[in-house]
Each structure stands twice: as C-alpha cells, then as structure tokens.
Design a protein around this ligand. Structure first.
Ligand code: CO8
Length: 258
C-alpha cells in the first residue's frame, strides 16, 4: 500500500479507512494532507474490493481546520490563479459512500471535511464549528453552503458569524450528525456502519448515494425523476434479482455487485 506522511491508510474487508495523522497540529489540514487524503480516497473509490470508506481523526481532534501557519502569508493572485483548495472538491465526487467518524474538534476545514462525507457519526466529545471569521476569513471548502443545508439558515448564520462551537448533542438535534456514540466506541460504530453499507449491492449503494445527493442539487420534481430512472435501472442488475429472490426464499442475499 502507498506510504503517506500525514495520514494512515488501512483496509478491513470491504472498508477503506483513512485516519488523519498530524497529532502535533491537531490534524490541521495542510497541502500535503489534502493531497494525500484526496489520493487515498480516490484510490479506494476505484478499488472494486472496497464498498465504503471511513474518514477519522484522533480522540482529541478530527481536524482543527486548515493549517493556519501554512496559509497565513498566502496572497490573492496566487491562491486565485492556482484555485487553491480545489482538490478538496474531488471528495464530493467520490462515488462510494463515506462515513466520517468525528471525535474532538471538527473546526473550520475540519467541519467542512466531515460535511464532505455522507454519513457523519459523532463521538460525545465532538465539537463542530466554523471559526474562520475569527481569523478574518470565511469557510473555503463549502462550510457556509453545506452547514446551511444541514442545520438551516438561523443556526448556520449564528455559528459562522460568531465562530461558536457546538457540541455533539446540539449537532445531532440540528441534523448535522446522524448519531452520537460514546467516544471509546466511535471507531467500532463507524466501522460497523461502513461494513453494513459495504455489504450491500455496490450498484445499489452508488445509486442510493447519487440519488440522495441529487436532493441538494435540483428541484423536487427533477430529483424524483432522477430517482425513478435509477430505480428502473436497478432492475438491470443481477443484485436486484438476487436481493428479491433471497427475500422470497427467506435467506441472506449474496450480492455480486453486478
Ligand atoms: N492550524 C495550524 N496549527 C494548529 C491549528 C490550525 N488550524 N489548530 C491547532 N494547531 C496547533 C497549535 O498551533 C498547537 O501547535 P504548537 O504546539 O506548535 O503551539 C497545536 O496544534 C495544539 O493546539 P493548541 O495548543 O491550540 O490546543 P488547545 O487544546 O489549547 O486548543 C483549539 C485547541 C481550540 C482547537 C485551538 O487549537 C484552535 O483554536 N485552533 C484553530 C481552530 C481554527 O481556527 N480553525 C479554523 C482554521 S481556518 C479554516 O479552516 C479555513 C477553512 C477554509 C478551507 C479549509 C481547507 C482545508
């Protein structure tokens, strides 16, 4: 497996695991880490043996944001011409589902990275926030957009304008996270969720993810039309025949991802 400097990469069965690993900087997201996360995620996405990804950090921090020390001298012409941070957008184009397992700080880019994932599971220690305003900037990889879609305008405005952090319970109430688990069970719970997803028919899981995401990109009528087309297409897969036969025969389905 490829060697990385700022992340750990592992696989268990059909689950690919990316662990952010810059402990001295609370997993601050520097350029090297961005390049490595995107490369590792794309490699798992291409790998037919992988059905779901998990992205996680440490007990203390999922990620405390973009690396402030690295970016503090950045200047407009360079960042604009280089389209700085654009590689992060590639995570939103991954086809396989991604579970974020968040403990501790998920701030700024860290919160944005968690929101780039599909299922967000939080430890009871998780703290989410978009504190960029305190640094004289605003979120740069989708925070103002995805947080607003997740928790609504009122709470997103307040969090983004004040930089206040919210804990796991508030985040769950607001709809940012799917559930909260005790910190020492976070990885096991995230893995169990990812294994469940990875055991589904891969074409159905990819269709499912595409269809849910479409809800954020289009009108209701267009979204329903899109879902209907994929639903019809699912009947072209062997897994549809297997899934329904298994139900009728009262046995577990054995999907072949075809
Ligand atoms: N960048 C660089 N270094 C950091 C960062 C960071 N974001 N966060 C923490 N560190 C470093 C600290 O400088 C410190 O290093 P050192 O030991 O060398 O002094 C080490 O990590 C430990 O941090 P603290 O001593 O501060 O730990 P505390 O437990 O006292 O505090 C906090 C934890 C509250 C999380 C605090 O570290 C903090 O406020 N961090 C900054 C949070 C922040 O403002 N994040 C937003 C950054 S801006 C951003 O994300 C812009 C998004 C745009 C695009 C994103 C692309 C990825």
């Amino acid at each position: 497996m490829t060697e990385y400097e700022t992340i750990l990469v592992d696989r268990k069965g059909r689950v690919g695991i990316i662990t952010l690993n810059r402990p001295k900087a609370l997993n601050a997201l520097n350029t090297e880490l961005m390049t490595e996360v995107v490369a590792a995620a794309k490699a798992f996405d291409r790998d037919p043996e992988i059905g779901c990804l998990v992205v996680t950090g440490s007990e203390k921090a999922f990620a405390a944001g973009a690396d402030i020390k690295e970016m503090q001298e950045n200047a407009f012409p360079e960042v604009y011409l280089d389209d700085w941070l654009a590689p992060w957008d590639e995570l939103s184009r991954l086809r396989k589902p991604v579970v974020a397992a968040v403990a501790g700080y998920a701030l700024g880019g860290g919160c944005e990275l968690a929101m780039l994932c599909d299922i967000l599971i939080a430890a009871d220690t998780a703290k989410f926030g978009q504190p960029e305003i305190k640094l004289g900037v605003i979120p740069g990889i989708g925070g103002s957009q995805r947080l607003t879609r997740a928790v609504g305008k009122a709470k997103a405005m307040e969090l983004c304008l004040t930089g206040r952090m919210m804990g796991a319970e508030e985040a769950e109430r607001a709809g940012l996270v799917s559930r909260i688990v005790p910190a020492d069970e976070l990885l096991a719970e995230a893995m169990a969720t990812a294994e469940t997803v990875a055991a589904m028919s891969a074409p159905a899981a990819v269709m499912m993810k595409e269809s849910v995401n479409r809800a954020f990109e289009t009108t209701l009528a267009e979204g329903v039309r899109f879902e209907r087309r994929l639903f019809h297409a699912a009947f072209a897969t062997a897994d549809q025949k297997e899934g329904m036969a298994a139900f009728a025969e009262k046995r577990p389905a054995e999907f072949t991802n075809r």
